[in-house]
Design a protein. Structure first.
Length: 330
């Protein structure tokens, strides 16, 4: 009797469905707030009927935050944890969350209980209207005047310089389309300028009012020195937005202005020599002539060097501004 040859069936590969929402929360020394915030988030997301993942990124906390997060993740597989080896800052924490997220919509929220998880639904609904970015606006902000007044000035200044008309760029509660946000590379302390970055690639932006709660536990991680950081970052953003691919236009333009000023001072020295008899060596305009021409030449050389650096940057691979010690539930 002939044997019939049987072929083994190939194993069926099961592809895990991606969540619709990825909620990312940077954490730094928020041990008193984590369980409360987690419970509120779960209740708010359960009412939306969307699939989701919650990603906590611990930015090198020195309290019991990592242990609390591990306990939460052990009970809930929808909670995913990224633990940094040390404190790198909020921007690297958000960058890590973006890289490890898989949702179609990415939301950011603080872990200090000041952002209200009930606003998540409003942000998602606005995104579903066709916007790429929805930014929260803390209309009734529960902070001291020492924080609110500089923030209002900074928001007005940023809007004027960047052309992005948002009332509250400092609000962490924002929603993005994942495919748009993943095109942005974050460095330094640029997290507050993400809407500006995505606007450069043509993203549509909306703003809606959101709730804001006073801080109950822990202390704020922001001080007055943040004002100076914002101003310096704003200069960087303006440069990147206007001259990141053509730095010679800025440095070269300043250089040409300096050279023209030097030429003007030189002509004035010559005219004064033959009309008033003032000796050229004793004329302070002669020193300005030399100074302006030298500075102008240096600015043009800086522009050429910047052009070379920009080309090297765009041709090189991006490196991560953080180092991860452990990941859980990914």
């Amino acid at each position: 009797m002939a044997r019939t040859k049987t072929t083994a069936k190939a194993p069926v590969k099961r592809v895990k469905a991606k969540p619709y929402i990825s909620l990312i929360l940077p954490v730094y020394n928020e041990e008193e707030n984590l369980v409360i915030q987690y419970d509120k988030i779960k209740q708010a997301l359960a009412r939306l009927k969307y699939s989701f993942e919650i990603i906590f990124v611990d930015d090198g906390s020195t309290d019991f935050s990592p242990s609390i997060l591990k306990e939460i993740a052990a009970k809930d597989k929808q909670v995913k944890i990224i633990l940094f080896r040390r404190n790198f800052g909020q921007t690297p924490a958000m960058a890590a969350g973006i890289e490890y997220s898989s949702g179609e919509i990415i939301l950011f929220m603080d872990a200090d209980l000041q952002n209200d998880p009930e606003d998540i639904g409003s942000l998602v609904s606005k995104i579903n209207e066709g916007y790429d970015v929805v930014s929260g606006w803390r209309v009734n902000r529960k902070d001291s005047l020492i924080r609110k007044i500089p923030s209002k000035i900074a928001n007005w200044l940023i809007s004027k310089i960047s052309g992005i008309k948002l009332h509250d760029l400092g609000c962490s509660l924002k929603a993005y389309r994942g495919d748009v946000l993943r095109q942005v590379h974050l460095y330094g302390e640029m997290h507050r300028f993400i809407p500006i970055h995505v606007s450069w690639i043509g993203a549509s932006i909306a703003e809606i009012p959101v709730n804001h709660n006073p801080r109950i536990y822990g202390r704020s991680k922001y001080g007055l020195k943040r004002i100076f950081k914002v101003l310096l970052d704003l200069v960087t953003v303006k440069f990147l937005g206007s001259y990141s691919t053509k730095p010679i236009y800025m440095f070269g333009g300043l250089g040409l202005i300096m050279i023209f000023l030097g030429i003007f001072c030189g002509i004035a020295v010559i005219v004064m020599k033959y009309t008033t008899g003032i000796y050229m060596t004793g004329n302070p305009l002669l020193s300005l002539t030399i100074l302006f021409i030298i500075m102008g030449s240096l600015f043009i050389q800086m522009g050429i060097l910047a052009e070379l650096l920009i080309r090297i940057y765009h041709e090189s691979k991006h490196t991560h501004p953080y180092h991860i010690g452990e990941t859980i539930n990914f």
